[in-house]
Design a protein around this ligand. Structure first.
Ligand SMILES: NC(=O)c1ccc[n+]([C@@H]2O[C@H](COP(=O)([O-])OP(=O)(O)OC[C@H]3O[C@@H](n4cnc5c(N)ncnc54)[C@H](O)[C@@H]3O)[C@@H](O)[C@H]2O)c1
Length: 506
């Protein structure tokens, strides 16, 4: 049918939607121009994504209304998208898009420096690709990698296998990182957004530019083409380290605000109006998501272990990640103090966490700030329950012995974690609220933004400690909670004491 065959390796949060975007591509006459095969290894964690995609159902849950119909359309109507676990499909590929994970494992809580990059899945994928692909297939690595990986890890792996196969030409390797934001603009954040790319030689560069021009909206969002892959790889790491840093920067000012009667949320709002400072952001109870906690670590690690330097030039990047990784611990203290003010020791308290995801309106729990909050509260003896409208299973707890990998759970950094395996995410808010001693607003999901204090307290059945971790409560709501007999505390919200004093005086 004259369609280019694109194999997308790894149909996770990035690959599943990228595969659909490529499969949705049409030529000038409006006919589909690509046939996409999602190649997913049948691991215990991910095998189910294959039959799901083949039924036209998205393996990722998203708030973006474009995701589900796009996948259904490509699989069922256009018939341009299928999924499989068979590596043999790589033999058909004109283009391979690599969207497998490359992890960074931390051996200590709050110390990114003594962690290490885990590129086993990526290295295995590259080996399999080199064994199967036609020599002139473009291999586009979209995975966020430690800088230097495309040229100094991927290239040698593939070149050696090509040699064994009797192929003399160089593999056509390219790098272009994803800036995807799962959530309301999931599809647009891939398709209608700027991309940076590069290739290991002229042909690879030309091929990646051609491919991205065909599948993405580059007319409106032009490509930035870098000289070498290490520059594209570095751009991703610096981009995310920058974001991790501006978030970490507010941690100390958030504490300062709590101790000096200042509402950090209003301070940020005041600053934000200045156009040069418009990306100042309140960090919430921690910086999760798959990328920000690890990407700076990949860079610091690469400097030593791929690029071969012995000195240590990094100060801000690792410090920012360490601050973000431990920010949630402070919520334990706020909750303890609020409960104490109500005459309830934390060790005998039932605490409800509202929000398991790492950010608003997504179902992704990877490295979410709420996990640290819960682990700390459990360490202090509290009983934990969780509500989240987007999350069905919180594997970080339910399967903490083996998830995200054996020996990788954050449970190892805390005591008293065993019972957290019993956590089941409740979807019914009223049921979750019933009899709770404390309610922690941990994620600004839409469902939590306008909760009515009177209804909340009624559903609980008694006044409770309300802890606001994300600047969710307006002053008026804070006032109402106090009037209903609750105690209120919040990250960075030092003005709460003033509201409390006002109400006491009345
Ligand atoms: N999730 C995000 O918001 C986001 C944003 C920007 C960049 N990224 C980057 O994109 C990359 C992928 O992230 P993700 O969130 O999609 O991860 P993910 O874990 O959801 O998906 C990776 C998938 O690859 C599969 N896989 C692993 N080895 C394989 C193999 N040998 N063959 C076939 N499939 C294999 C896994 O089973 C999994 O389904 C990462 O480097 C990440 O840093 C992610």
């Amino acid at each position: 049918m004259n369609r280019e065959i694109v194999v997308v390796m790894g149909v996770g949060f990035v690959g599943a939607v990228m595969a659909a975007i490529v499969a949705d591509t049409v030529d000038d006459t409006g006919k589909p121009s690509k046939f996409v095969i999602g190649m997913q290894r049948p691991s215990a964690r991910s095998f189910w994504k294959i039959p799901m995609l083949n039924r036209g159902v998205s393996p990722v849950k998203a708030e973006d209304p474009e995701v589900d119909p796009m996948i259904a359309r490509c699989v069922k109507e256009k018939k341009t998208l299928i999924a499989t676990y068979t590596y043999d499909v790589l033999k058909l590929a004109d283009v391979v898009v690599v969207d497998v994970q490359c992890d960074y494992l931390k051996a200590e809580l709050g110390n990114v420096r003594n962690g290490e990059t885990d590129m086993a899945a990526l290295e295995a994928s590259l080996g399999v690709i080199a064994e199967h692909i036609p020599p002139d297939a473009l291999v586009l690595i979209e995975t966020t990698v430690a800088p230097g990986t495309t040229e100094q890890v991927a290239y040698p792996i593939m070149k050696k296998i090509f040699k064994k196969r009797g192929i003399e030409t160089d593999p056509l390797l390219a790098h272009s990182y994803e800036r995807v934001m799962p959530g309301r603009n999931y599809v647009a954040s891939i398709r209608d957004f700027w991309r940076v790319c590069s290739g290991i030689n002229r042909t690879a560069k030309e091929r990646v530019v051609k491919f991205l021009n065909e599948v993405l909206n580059t007319k409106k969002y032009p490509l930035t083409v870098m000289d070498r892959p290490i520059e594209s790889e570095t751009a991703k790491i610096v981009e995310n380290s920058y974001r991790a840093t501006i978030l970490a920067f507010l941690d100390e000012w958030s504490l300062y605000a709590e101790r000096n009667g200042v509402d950090i949320v209003k301070v940020i709002k005041a600053i934000k109006v200045r156009p040069t400072h418009s990306n100042i952001m309140f960090p919430g109870p921690g910086i999760g998501g798959y990328c920000l906690p690890k990407d700076g670590g990949l860079g610091v690690w690469a400097y030593k272990h791929i690029l071969g330097f012995e000195d240590d030039i990094f100060k801000i990047t690792p410090m920012a990640i360490d601050i973000n990784d431990t920010r949630g611990l402070h919520v334990g203290q706020l909750t303890r103090d609020a409960l104490r003010n109500m005459g309830k020791p934390i060790a005998s308290a039932d605490i409800l966490i509202l929000g398991a995801a790492y950010r608003e309106d997504v179902g992704d729990t990877r490295y979410s700030g709420s996990e640290i909050v819960i682990r700390k509260l459990a360490e202090m003896g509290a009983e934990i329950r969780v509500h989240d409208p987007y999350v069905e299973h919180w594997w970080e707890f339910e399967q903490q012995d083996t998830y995200p990998g054996i020996g990788q759970s954050k449970a190892q950094f805390f005591r008293n974690q065993e019972k957290l395996k019993e956590i089941r995410v409740e979807q019914n808010l009223d049921k979750a609220l019933k009899d709770a001693n404390a309610v922690i607003l941990a994620v600004p999901h839409e469902a939590y933004m306008n909760l009515d204090p009177a209804k909340v307290v009624k559903a609980i059945g008694q006044p409770a400690a309300i802890i606001d971790c994300f600047g969710i409560l307006t002053d008026d709501k804070i006032r109402q909670y106090f009037q209903l007999g609750c105690e209120v505390k919040g990250l960075g919200r030092g003005h709460i004491q003033r509201i409390k004093d006002e109400i006491r005086r009345v």
